[in-house]
Design a protein around this ligand. Structure first.
Ligand code: NAD
Length: 491
């Protein structure tokens, strides 16, 4: 195979290549956190925009990496002039590879912090986007407050320090823009957190307040922070992908990306300095992201819980194998249709039957090789955020939620530490010890696992929940998950 560079593109045969002229693409977006997800999602949308015509040529992306681990991304992307391959794996075995051309420059910040600040302060930079992980926002999960004691944050607050955090870079660049009479850029978070735009606004202004209260005022007034819902399952690049792409496309890509074909991006239309016509690339640009976010949390994310805890008791390792088990699949489908879905408001432009069918198909994709253990990890964060609100909404409506209650029972049963075949279950959860203690305790004190207001509110006191929960938990212990599923689904 030949090395992936602009001059190699005419020789590429087994992959789509950019048909637009990359030489005329100008920078409009600076992105922090060029990992797998950005390259499979936002950069692929911008690539499609650039394909749609010359109007989009002002929206090329400059990637920025802040962390030592990002030196590897620099070493992959810089010799390739920002080019890389994205491989989509369909459930039926079809594989599509494309060369993505939307990232036209990459800066590894520790090499030259000043260059990054000036790039952010440049008049043509109109959007600064982020996929810096949940942890990158540096706020406390319990209080929601910005952590001013973080050592990198303290360093960035020293006058004249070369920044280390996103907050240091963004704030210094906004100071220069204000002083130069330039418009503020928009800060667009694409991380998987509820209300990501609100979180970005809160954390950036909290940092700015510590650095310079007057600048913080200017930022509150001038910087927009759109919310978004982003979705495309993108695992870490597996070992064999580079050789696979070389064999298929005839090019050697130093760091290829693999993802599922499904992709969705719902974006709040809140931009202060212009935006590309994202809708031309399939982005749903809306006034209010909240209904979409709720749909994703209560169907996709809570659906993962519905599948995961029963699959673990049945001994499944992979999500796609569990999703092919007729009983597990039926539980998942009926949870989504009968309990998750009725709690949603209408979601504009989305047919929920199609959305649910698509989720079943996505969870069944063997090429993605997602694990049951990954779904079950940190359930003490996830069940309360994703599934408990569904149960509460159903009970408040005078309706029942026996399947969601059964999922909580299956979680309880799994926390006892062994599956139905007696194989050990390792709890990967920061509350692991307390969960195990309460699960075992619930053999004598029946409601011990759920009488925890931090996790379950007052559900333990509501018979609409506690009765089906206790019945299912007792049956799981007595008869095992297989029989319980069949009994539940026969109703
Ligand atoms: P990744 O590990 O491939 O890349 C993470 C990137 O974030 C790296 O560039 C890293 O340097 C940067 N980063 C991490 N901590 C940071 C910090 N404190 N400050 C600045 N940059 C930091 O991961 P990924 O798969 O690209 O996922 C990144 C994020 O994208 C997720 O945390 C999630 O919020 C969102 N997301 C991912 C998926 C997915 O399926 N992978 C789906 C939806 C949303």
């Amino acid at each position: 195979p030949i090395d992936l560079t602009p001059s190699a593109l005419p020789a590429v045969s087994g992959a789509a290549v950019p048909s637009y002229d990359r030489a005329v693409v100008r920078l409009g977006i600076v992105h922090f956190g060029v990992g797998g997800f950005h390259r499979a999602h936002q950069a692929a949308y911008v690539d499609r925009l650039l394909e749609s015509g010359p109007d989009a040529a002002g929206w090329g992306i400059c990637g920025v990496g802040l962390r030592p681990a990002d030196a590897a991304m620099r070493d992959a992307l810089v010799p390739q002039s920002g080019l890389y391959t994205l491989t989509l794996k369909h459930p039926d075995g079809v594989v599509e590879t494309s060369v993505i051309g939307a990232i036209v420059d990459y800066l590894y910040a520790p090499d030259d912090p000043e260059a990054v600040i000036e790039r952010l302060a440049a008049p043509e930079t109109r959007i600064v986007s982020l996929t810096i992980t949940e942890g990158g926002y540096n706020f406390s999960a319990t209080t929601g407050d910005f952590d001013a004691e973080n050592p990198d944050v303290r360093h960035d607050l020293e006058p004249g320090a070369a920044p280390r955090t996103v907050f240091g870079y963004v704030t210094e660049a906004l100071r220069r823009r204000r002083d130069r009479g330039l418009a503020a850029f928009t800060v667009m978070s694409c991380d998987n957190i509820e209300g990501n735009g609100h979180v970005a606004r809160r954390t950036v202004t909290a940092f700015a307040r510590l650095a310079d209260p007057e600048l913080a005022e200017w930022i509150s007034e001038h910087v927009r922070f759109p919310n978004s819902m982003v979705d495309r399952i993108t695992p870490a690049t597996p070992d064999g992908l580079r050789a696979e792409v070389a064999a298929r496309a005839g090019v050697d890509d130093r760091w290829p990306v693999v993802a599922e074909p499904f992709t969705q991006w719902v974006l709040e239309d809140a931009f202060g300095a212009g935006r590309p016509r994202f809708e031309d690339a399939g982005v749903q640009v809306v006034d209010d992201v909240a209904p979409y976010e709720l749909m994703k949390l209560r169907l996709l994310n809570a659906g993962h819980q519905a599948l995961g805890h029963f699959a673990r008791l049945l001994g499944y390792e992979y999500v796609h194998d569990a999703a092919a088990d007729p009983d597990v699949r039926e539980l998942l489908r009926r949870y989504m249709q009968e309990e998750g879905r009725p709690t949603l408001r209408a979601v504009p432009g989305i047919d929920l039957d199609d959305y649910i069918d698509t989720l079943l198909e996505r969870f069944s994709n063997p090429a993605i090789a997602d694990t049951v253990a990954r779904l079950c990890q940190d359930a003490s964060d996830r069940i309360p955020k994703w599934l408990v609100p569904v149960i509460v909404a159903r009970l408040d409506d005078g309706a029942a939620a026996p399947l969601a209650a059964a999922v909580v029972a299956a979680w309880t049963r799994g926390c006892e530490g062994f599956d139905d075949a007696g194989a050990p279950i390792t709890l990967n959860d920061r509350e692991a010890e307390a969960l195990a203690r309460r699960a075992l305790g619930s053999r004598t004190e029946l409601l011990a696992f759920v009488a925890v207001p931090d996790l379950f509110g007052d559900l333990a006191e509501r018979p609409g929940f506690s009765e089906p929960y206790l019945a299912t938990l007792a049956a799981l212990r007595e008869k095992g998950a297989r029989v319980v599923l069949r009994d539940l689904l026969a109703r």
